[in-house]
Structure formats: C-alpha cells, structure tokens
Design a protein around this ligand. Structure first.
Ligand code: SF4
Ligand code: SF4
Length: 366
C-alpha cells in the first residue's frame, strides 16, 4: 500500500472506531453540482439564507466567487476532503404514518433535543487526530499539514463532496442517500492539504422514481434534484422569519420544525437501520408534540426544554407561529379556544397566524 492509500485507509478505520457509519475521500475539484449551486443562488432559491451567499474576498477575473461554489479561493491549500457520515435514524414512525390531529411533527434529526454538531464534531476530531498521526508516520511534518473540520458551518456544500467520496448519491430530493443506510445521515468533513487516494463517486440509484417530488406538499421541487427553498417547509418553519406566506400555510400541514416527507416516502429509507447511539435517541416529548403545548409555551419553558436543541434556531416566536399554523391545518375544532386567545397575542406574528388558523378551523366546522 502506498502512503496516500495507507493514510486514507487509517482515516477510514478511525472513522469507524469513532462511530461513523460511512467514510470516504473526495478530491478537491470543481464539479457540475458546484456550478449548479451558483445558478441556484442566482435564481433566488436560497430565500433569506444569506450565509449561503457568502463570497470570497479574493477577486478573480469573474469577480468574487461564492465561497461554497469552489474551494479554490477559500482553501487553496486543500487537496482532499474526508467525508464522514453517521446514521441518526431512530425507531420512530415516519411523519407520513402519524395522523393524530392534536399533534405536530418535529424533523427526525431534531428529536433527540441535543446538538448534533457537538456529537459529530467530537467524532470528527478523533478522525483528524488519526489522520495527522498517520501522516506523521509517513514523515510528513505537522507544520506541513493543514486540516480543518466542519459540521455544517464550513464554506463547502458537504453533500457534493459526500457524493464524490462515495458516501451516497444526491437523490432527486437533494439529500445524500446511501444504498444500505438510507438518507438519515449527519455529515462531517475534514479538509486536508494531503493528496489522499480518492474513492469512486456513488452512482445515482433514483432511477425512474419520483415519489419525493410527488409527495412534497408545497411543490418545492423546481424539478428533479432542484429545490426552491422558499417553498420548502424545512425553510419555512426554521429559517424564515416573520409570518409564513399565506399561500403556503395550508401545505405546511402539522410540521412544526422541519419536514421529512420527501425522505419518509423514499424507498431507500424503507429499511433504513436504526442507530443505537445514545446521543441520537428521541426524547419522548419531542415525538409528535402536542400543538397547544408548543403554541402556549413560555419563554422560560422554551429555554429549558430546547437549551441544546436544534429548535433554538427557530426561536420561541417561530415555534409558536409554526404550532399555530399547524393547529389551523389540523381541522381539529378543539383548538378554537386556544387560537382565539392567541389571535390577540402580544407577538404580532403569532397573533396574525392565529387569526388565519381560526378562520381555517371555522371554515372546517361549517
Ligand atoms: S422537506 Fe418537505 S417541503 Fe421540503 S422539499 Fe421535502 S417534502 Fe417538500
Ligand atoms: S423518493 Fe425516489 S426519486 Fe426521490 S430521492 Fe428517493 S429514490 Fe430518489
């Protein structure tokens, strides 16, 4: 085994020992998917997620490039990317299987109530240490080796490199899908100046299937592999500030944080294994939470319950807004007294959505 193969092999073994389910190496190269990312931003499909539009300070002939569309400016030293993936699926029903009108849905990745960034980064650091040790064994001086670890926060479209590292293909639902593990995967990446032996890209196995596109309740797919975040429930319930656009409220259904529908219907998730990892086990109160509980949650309770959770991102106002919209979509007239009360809530976003919810519930009870 030559040195670039041996270091890659040792990094993968370290990833397995650290608890990752999958690991592969991608070369640093611009690809059609990264070119599409720039087009996607230009088309306005990223909505208010301005961080995705961050641009490099270095000016090239074409102007300042998007940081995420090429590593050439942001990490010119990078030669390889080690992509690690860990399964977060637990034995909970899919959102498409639960029909209790009093309850909402929180996206699977947030059910543990913990911060997955910490769990993934902790493991990634172990792989980074092993990579550096393996390089040192090959007489590469520490000062000649650069490594950077990222979980979601790097100037990089992780799923593109996950594809080229052989971790999985990018499905028509735009998620990374692995043939054996499905798509419930957290990704972590290590950029390195080492030129490691790359893996083969994962072949696309979507075939003629279009289930995800058909199932999307807000028609957020512009086409296969192309998502308009402005219409996606995950964006509307997590990233979007202020009132939900009225024309999309009905499609949001009872999703109160994120949306898993296009993954729930994917045939590759039918037999997705459940993880035994303690960090990712669901907290019972977050699985199908009662909508009136969320809508009337105090600031103190929100802080206490979601102290470390991904749900902090939507803030209490956003979560209450989402719960009110979900009540409006529930068709459950039992919520009328609550939405009536919330229609004059001091939070105008909650109040406006509550007035809409009241009208929806009244329409349903005529
Ligand atoms: S996450 Fe939900 S809303 Fe977004 S594309 Fe998938 S099914 Fe549609
Ligand atoms: S539902 Fe079908 S088309 Fe969509 S990602 Fe899964 S396999 Fe691909």
């Amino acid at each position: 085994m030559n040195s670039i193969s041996e270091i890659a092999f040792l990094a993968k073994r370290a990833a397995q020992n650290a608890g990752f389910d999958l690991c592969g190496v991608a070369p640093v190269a611009d690809s059609p998917e990264l070119a599409y990312f720039a087009d996607w931003i230009a088309a306005g499909h990223a909505g208010e997620m301005k961080y995705l539009e961050a641009r490099s300070e270095t000016t090239s002939a074409e102007g300042n490039s998007l940081k995420r569309s090429s590593l050439a400016h942001t990490a010119p030293w990078a030669r390889s990317i080690v992509v690690c993936a860990i399964n977060y699926n637990t034995e909970q029903p899919y959102s498409t299987q639960v029909h209790d009108l009093r309850r909402g849905w929180i996206s699977r990745y947030a059910l543990s109530g913990g911060d997955y960034h910490d769990s993934v980064m902790r493991r990634l650091r172990l792989v980074e240490a092993a990579l550096r040790a393996a390089a040192s064994d090959q007489d590469i001086k520490p000062e000649d080796l650069i490594t950077r670890c990222y979980v979601d926060t790097g100037p990089i479209v992780e799923r593109v490199y996950a594809k080229y590292a052989g971790v999985g293909w990018i499905g028509k639902n735009t998620c990374i899908i692995n043939q054996k593990k499905g798509s419930w995967l957290f990704l972590g990446v290590i950029l390195t100046s080492l030129e490691l032996q790359p893996d083969m890209p994962a072949p696309d196995r979507c075939g003629t299937c279009t289930r995800c596109i058909t199932a999307c309740p807000t028609d957020a797919f512009v086409g296969p592999y192309q998502l308009d975040a402005n219409k996606c429930i995950a964006y509307l319930t997590i990233e979007k500030r202020g009132a939900a656009p009225e024309e999309l409220r009905a499609g949001i259904g009872r999703q109160v944080f994120g949306c898993d529908i296009c993954q729930d219907v994917c045939p590759w998730n039918r037999k997705a294994p459940a993880t035994p990892e303690a960090d990712f086990q669901a907290r019972p109160e977050l699985v199908n939470p009662a909508l009136d509980w969320l809508a009337e949650m105090s600031e103190e309770e929100f802080r206490l319950i979601f102290r470390k959770s991904a749900l902090r991102r939507t803030k209490r106002s956003g979560l209450r807004r989402n719960a009110v919209v979900a009540m409006g979509n529930s068709g459950n007239a039992e919520f009328l007294p609550v939405v009536e009360k919330l229609a004059s809530d001091e939070d105008e976003v909650v109040a406006e959505n509550a007035r809409w919810a009241r009208n929806e519930l009244l329409k349903g009870s005529i």
